[in-house]
Design a protein. Structure first.
Length: 218
């Protein structure tokens, strides 16, 4: 395949291939040569023209993975027709129902083989998502009385760590039953803060995603 004449399309092509390979075989086990082999004739020079290193590619892959999610979070955060609790519930529902979730759970990345990818996503979660999207919603909830906590910053981090890490079957290889039990504990914990944000529809969707992951592993 001839080199793409449009730089932005070349970058997207590199990121598409890198995302797939990082997910399938792990960041540590994916070399620049692996990328070249899957880029249909794109040269090493073309890759280094756009990215200084494999780690730069990882950063770009992570940013692209989180960009759409962050746009969704911002849209819900800025709504004027919902209180804090309702916004958190909307975030959970929209997050798990995004079509890209099926793709991610189908690819089923082994995060234990992807420590750098996992750390990159975790860093974005704590440094970007918690303070800029979840915290303002919790602070609104405290003001409107729909959320009860004296520690909004810590609650924002706790919610994200529990949902993105502890409840993620791709990290702990949880079975459907193990995942269900975690969902129930999370629900009990959230209700202690006045947050009845986990309902039957959400639980069913989470079990669905876990089933997709378990099926892919076989």
């Amino acid at each position: 395949m001839a080199r793409n004449k449009h730089p932005e399309e070349t970058v997207q092509l590199i990121l598409d291939v890198a995302f797939r390979l990082f997910m399938e075989q792990g960041y540590e086990h994916t070399s620049i040569q692996d990328l070249i082999d899957h880029l249909g004739g794109l040269s090493k020079g073309a890759i280094y023209h756009h990215f200084k290193s494999k780690e730069d590619i990882l950063v770009a892959v992570t940013e692209r993975m989180t960009a759409a999610s962050n746009r969704m979070l911002a849209a819900i955060r800025d709504r004027c027709d919902l209180n804090g609790r309702e916004k958190l519930k909307a975030i959970f529902k929209q997050s798990v129902n995004r079509p890209v979730q099926n793709d991610i759970f189908t690819i089923a990345p082994g995060f234990h083989n992807n420590p750098k990818l996992l750390f990159s996503l975790l860093h974005d979660t704590i440094e970007e998502v918690a303070p800029n999207y979840i915290l303002p919603i919790i602070e609104q909830g405290i003001s409107d009385g729909s959320i009860q906590t004296e520690y909004p910053e810590q609650l924002a981090e706790l919610i994200l760590l529990a949902t993105n890490i502890w409840m993620n079957p791709m990290i702990f290889d949880s079975s459907q039953e193990e995942s269900y039990r975690k969902f129930m504990v999370f629900d009990q914990m959230m209700r202690g803060f006045g947050l009845d944000i986990v309902d039957d529809e959400l639980i069913e969707r989470l079990r669905q995603l876990t089933a997709i992951y378990q099926q892919t592993k076989r």
